[in-house]
Design a protein around this ligand. Structure first.
Ligand code: HEM
Length: 495
């Protein structure tokens, strides 16, 4: 009798094993039948097991595919069980971004369950007509005139950065941490209309909450993996993208600011611009919930990206003294010509622009972007894509391709001498769904560089890593050993 019991247990176990195997490896011939080059996936993890176990960064994995299938126009990937087409050919990438945008107008959204997580109902996640209407409202908030009016808020944060750096520069500076404090104050001021006080107080609650949002530990990684590849399980387990205290904190801040604004306080910030939209009869219902979720995405999309760009720029400039000196001369000249750190001075800084662009080319904080096929389309006249098929554009790989940028690993801002937007440069994405905050990011980074380089000589220190190695835990590009630099005040340098 007991033998029968054991046999039954073993049989059930085998059936379970087979079911799991079948479920996790179903569809593994997807690309084979489509006649697209691909690499055999492993069950459950697809082609990204090494990323999941934190052995290789996501960017490194994409680079592996890009290098190995460089002679193809695209390659088929398996992100867990989900087939995703990674585009290699630049013309095809541009077709998807711009020419055939109407067939690829959505991005692969992190969550469609915005009832449960209302903060995710934002521009970056929206699709279809809702995205179009929201984008129409958001785009003018980033116009040159609005940026000019908003710039004093950025400049004020930059001046505080200088004061704090002068105090803290006796020690080596943990650059990403300091730059995050700066961009937290900038975004808090320009998107939320509050002073997070992150520069003055490294323990500020606003900073702590925003850092919690960007935390990358194993449990966050597991949660994100589950959200992307097993959304139903994510919902079933009642998991959330951001912890409830983060959601509650930012929602309550915005509610307070909205109440203040309705009592007559006015400011030149994004929140005010969205609030003004409520008073128009454009036909779009700009609710308080939408103002909240879109202020939140400005923080999510703008805070780390700008801080990372500033950090990598300073790292590259610390390693190249000649370029650093030329940039410093330009910054000082432009400020003298335009009467200080103001909008006109910053937009006149051509070399600063080139340094930022070259930093973004080498180390794009968002190393890839995605599109969802929204209307059946035959790619390059040969590969049929159906609605909801995901497409991935490997920004980092394209920007490091010697075909578009000779000697691609060299930091060389002169690449942008003749053309500020050369083919192959796509750090802000491209087309109607590209980054709306690009100009604002440029201003923030330029303001940060201006105060830093006109006050300090930025130099490598003992803790500076000789090269950049991307942190395998992060999808966004970060240096594994952090970025540590010495900030030496310059009182009487040869300007
Ligand atoms: C250096 C800094 C930044 C970089 C490198 C960057 C990069 C990007 C990239 C690559 C995308 C995807 C574009 C595409 O799919 O074609 C994007 C989208 C977006 N970014 Fe940025 N970004 C930066 C700063 C900002 C800032 C400061 C804000 C807002 C204040 C912002 C707001 C957004 C939003 C809302 C989207 C989604 C747009 C949509 O789906 O319509 N970004 N960004």
């Amino acid at each position: 009798m007991w033998l029968f019991g054991w046999l039954l247990v073993i049989l059930l176990f085998l059936v379970l094993l087979l079911t799991v195997f079948h479920y996790t490896s179903k569809g593994r011939k997807y690309w084979y039948f489509k006649n697209v080059a691909y690499r055999e996936p492993c069950p459950l993890f697809g082609n990204f097991g090494a990323t999941f176990t934190m052995r290789k960064s996501y960017t490194k994995m994409l680079q592996f595919f890009y290098d190995n299938y460089r002679d193809q126009k695209y390659v088929g990937l398996f992100q867990a069980r989900r087939p995703t087409l990674m585009v290699i050919d630049l013309d095809i990438a541009k077709t998807i971004f711009s020419k055939e945008f109407q067939c690829f107008s959505d991005r692969v959204s992190v969550s469609t369950d915005t009832q449960r997580e209302p903060l995710l109902r934002n521009l970056a996640n929206m699709g279809g007509a809702e995205w179009k209407a929201m984008r129409h409202i958001v785009t003018p908030t980033f116009s040159s005139a609005k940026m000019k009016a908003m710039f004093p808020l950025v400049a004020e944060c930059a001046q505080t950065l200088k004061v704090i750096l002068l105090k803290e520069c006796v020690d080596d500076i943990n650059v990403p941490s300091m730059m995050t404090r700066f961009t937290t104050d900038v975004i808090g001021s320009c998107a939320f209309g509050v002073d997070p006080g992150a520069l003055k107080d490294s323990e500020s609650p606003f900073l702590q909450m925003s850092q919690k949002m960007f935390k990358i530990d194993r449990s966050t990684l597991l949660k994100r993996y589950c959200r992307t590849f097993f959304p139903r399980l994510f919902k079933l387990l009642n998991l959330r993208s951001y912890s409830s205290d983060v959601e509650a904190f930012f929602t309550s801040i915005i509610n307070q600011v909205l109440a203040e604004r309705r009592s007559g306080v006015q400011r030149h910030d994004f929140l005010q611009l969205m609030l003004n939209e409520q008073k128009t009869d454009s036909g779009f219902l700009m609710t308080d919930a939408l103002i909240t979720s879109n202020s939140f995405i400005f923080m999510l999309a703008g805070l780390e990206t700008s801080a990372t760009t500033l950090s990598f720029s300073l790292y590259e400039l610390a390693k190249d003294k000649d370029i650093q000196d030329s940039v410093r001369r330009e910054i000082i000249e432009c400020q003298e010509t335009h009467g200080g750190l103001n909008y006109d001075a910053v937009v006149a800084m051509r070399l600063v622009y080139q340094v930022v662009a070259e930093t973004l080319r080498l180390h794009p904080p968002t190393p890839m972007t995605t599109r969802l096929c929204t209307s059946p389309y035959k790619l390059d006249g040969e590969l049929s894509l159906k609605v909801r098929d995901p497409v991935l554009i490997p920004i980092h790989c394209i920007q490091r391709d010697p075909l578009y940028f000779p000697n691609p690993d060299k930091f060389d801002p002169s690449r942008f001498n003749d053309d500020l937007n050369p083919p192959g440069f796509m750090a802000y994405g491209e087309g109607p769904r590209s980054c709306p905050g690009a100009r604002f990011a440029q201003l923030t980074v330029a303001a940060g560089l201006s105060v830093i380089l006109s006050t300090f000589s930025v130099e490598p220190c003992e803790k500076t890593t000789p090269t950049i190695q991307y942190d395998p835990r992060s999808v966004m590009l970060k240096n594994k050993g952090g970025i540590w630099l010495k900030f030496v005040p310059i009182t009487n340098i040869d300007k």
